[in-house]
Design a protein around this ligand. Sequence first.
Ligand SMILES: Nc1nc2c(ncn2[C@@H]2O[C@H](COP(=O)(O)O)[C@@H](O)[C@H]2O)c(=O)[nH]1
Ligand SMILES: [Zn+2]
Ligand SMILES: [Zn+2]
Length: 566
Amino acid sequence: IPTFLQNVLQNGISKELNTRELEIGELNFLHTTDTHGWLGSHINQANYDADWGDFVSFASSFKRQKVGKSRDLILIDTGDKHDGNGLSDATVPNGRISTEIFNEQDYDLLTLGNHELYTAENTILEYYSTALSQKFKDAYVSSNVEFVTDDGDLVPFGSKYRYFETHNQNIRILALSFMFNFQRTNPRARVSPATSIFQQDWFKQMVKQYPQDKVDVIVIFGHMPITDPEAHEINHVHTTLRKLYPETVIQYFGGHSHIRDFAVFDERATGLQSGRFSETVGFLSIDKIKSGAPEFKRRYIDFGKHSFAYHSGVSRQTKKGQDLSLKIASVRQELNLNEVIGHVPTSYYMYSKPITSKHNIYNLLVTKVLPRLKSDQTDETKSRFIIINTGSIRYDLYKGNFTKDTEFIVSPFPNDWNFVEVPLSLAEGVADYLNEGPVLYTSMAPPGARSRKRHPESCPFIHDPKLSKGYTTRDDFGCDGDDVPHNTELYFTVPNVVQSVELKPTDGVNVHLVFYSFIQKDILKALNELGETRLSGFEHFTDRDCKRYGGASTKELLKEYIRDGE
Ligand SMILES: Nc1nc2c(ncn2[C@@H]2O[C@H](COP(=O)(O)O)[C@@H](O)[C@H]2O)c(=O)[nH]1
Ligand SMILES: [Zn+2]
Ligand SMILES: [Zn+2]
């Protein structure tokens, strides 16, 4: 048999033989988060070859074939539904068409992420098209985010909580949803710190109406990391809830940090997080709910046709799923997402290669792409430092066609360039300051860059020719969470910012410090802290000193670089 066929046979068979089962219990959950517009599958990664039509088919077939009528299933999503893929970002406003596709999934509980809060148009779209929709008006919960109406009134963003009984076993569920303490909302929304809601009247009333003896499971789902080494927000929430409901099973579903994660909070409470970009469907089951000794099982399902067929026992799509896949394909055509702009000669990675490697995407940007930036506002005779936050890059750049979709996938944010003229002695210290100092105002690194180090020991290194690269997740239950075993991928740490430096033989001592408007507050903070320690009689820089630099976005510069070839 030809080698390629041997590989397919081996891989296919080994995948079947090695796929870890879902341990179905009394109460079961499927969870997605941080999908960021990835509803059309991953063309460059076979592990994740399912689209949203496949996922809609899977949920329905899994519920019918595996969960059945004697047990219950709850579908949950925890936000961040655009910014990162052409299907969402190539429309105005972004998410206009992808929201309709996303909402075809029959979620029982859903909420928003911080990416629904950066711009007013996204917030308004999310509120009216999903939170208030006929389909989701009972399912949409946000306990600490409020919407600002046209008249300036603050109203709940969906329901503050949801109390319901499951369809088959009448398990009594009390659901609340929290956004992390996100402080960059646009004027059409307000986020209150999660723990502040415990003092609010509606919450006290809810506890009175639904005390412990009226609730079997509390579900806390939201755009908040399950593991939060810096702020411990979810742990503070758990401490208060456990005081109010000392015996009740509490199940958390988190998001935002883009990792597969599972945490044990206590003997009756666990938390699950299900990755990013439709690479994962999180599965969780709870058994012996009323026994006082509940049993939790978790699984991270590769968002792929093999996994969906394996776990549901059905390989054919439902009619609804099939129609949705056809719609996704036609929307991709309509938006020209397959239009080839150039060819990427080799892959460039965010995490899998060290920042010094020419196969690291940040290395590519600072050495080849950012120096192409041309200002349309000022001269370029001065030396210049161009600083970007690494979180502005969202995905590896794979060898092969660079399409219109690739632009949005790799660098979706608009990112205007600003600059400030500063002494060289300050400019040369800013990047190190931002990389070594505390997180100032903006989380600048890519999501998940910090959380990967949660468990000091990682899982045993796997390198098996029969397996493909993919997630090998270590969590509080160990290293068997992923449904398909994969070869270990290396992860190298990513700094908060990277910079390109162009020193020119000019007589002046001042240089141009160029940066994204998105991180202006952090840049000014760094400059002023450095100025105070390094320069006597130093006067603080302010927003007034920052000017528009103009020029093409990183997305445009990268496209031009690829189109022009090496
Ligand atoms: N340069 C920019 N970076 C941005 C922008 N919006 C977000 N980000 C970065 O993304 C992550 C947060 O992503 P999430 O999916 O986990 O919410 C964070 O690192 C931000 O720095 C932007 O407009 N420009
Ligand atoms: Zn996200
Ligand atoms: Zn987020």
